[in-house]
Design a protein around this ligand. Sequence first.
Ligand code: GDP
Length: 368
Amino acid sequence: DGEPLRCIGCGAVIQTTDKTAPGYTPQSALAKGIDNQEVYCQRCFRLRHYNEIVPVGLTDDDFLRLLTQIQDANALIVYVVDIFDFNGSLIPGLHRFVGDNPILLVGNKEDLLPSSLRRSKLRDWLRQRANEAGLRPLDVTLLSAKTNQSVDHLLELIDKYRGDRDVYVVGVTNVGKSTLINQIIRQNTGKRDLITTSRFPGTTLDKIELPLDDDHVLVDTPGIIQNQQMAHFLTGKDLKIVTPQKQIKPKVYQLNDQQTLFLGGVGRFDYNQGPKAGFTAYFENNLYIHRTKLENAADFYDRQLGQLLTPPEADNTDFPPLTAHQFKTTVKSDLVFEGLGWITVPAGVNVTGWAPEGVAVLLRRAMI
Ligand code: GDP
């Protein structure tokens, strides 16, 4: 009769075509539930039966509707970002929708950082970047959703700041939000019935609510897809090669000016001008780094892309050209290739970082 069928868990419109979008339900499961009109989408089904959140992504329009709901809610916002990809973690317009709601900024993937990196410096940097994006977080905390490191501290902070509010966890896809929610669920398992059926069936928008106490919930929201991520230029296999998987082991290169380092085929570092010096590279431990002369670099890249310089694989014809970002340092700095890692460079030198068009390259004060 025109009313779409909705999931009785999260309220998403049931659909059977897009596995990564809200409301996805396999055809077979739909056939079983449809008689009594009680259909759970696959995401809610997995949460009910396996205590596990499955990531979903939203299109821009739906995401705007979701943000509008947050604006109207009395919420503590937990904003999860990938510390290796702040730009790729940005939610466009978030500051406008936060309203008066307080924000906790969570930098995920701490397990990848070398122990020499000063955590307080990284937190300060994340706070600065948030400020640039118009956000004023109450607190900034680092954790690893994967290893469960400091997740308990986040829960303490949530308790400290939430007062009488519901908690909304927001983040773009790939930052590790689902992994984090699953850790939180694991810590609470056994205490309560995990999934609440939609309190106002048909009116909620694809959100999943986890009970915090009798009156309050923690809301997992779908991530928006951020196209400025390395993830969107590489195949799954290639992405695994460039994305740090374990704690990073720094590598030191003694460079003369007019030398170049290739980061596989996905990035390039030119030392344009300055004295012979040490440069420390922080990338995935297995990423192939190739040193060459600057004057030959462009030719070399054209010939060797997809051959010696991989990823990307030779058959990835969608891989965009690298674009140059030139900097002159005044203090010891990190040249950050978002999503990949960074190179620490001395003060008073002239360098260029290259990354696929759309992926940010930026300079920050050295963290080590
Ligand atoms: P979501 O799209 O934000 O829900 O992200 P996922 O939870 O699906 O995680 C995206 C990717 O990041 C997966 O490959 C995870 O294994 C990885 N990941 C998530 N959390 C961490 C973490 O704390 N450390 C590391 N090293 N990887 C993580």
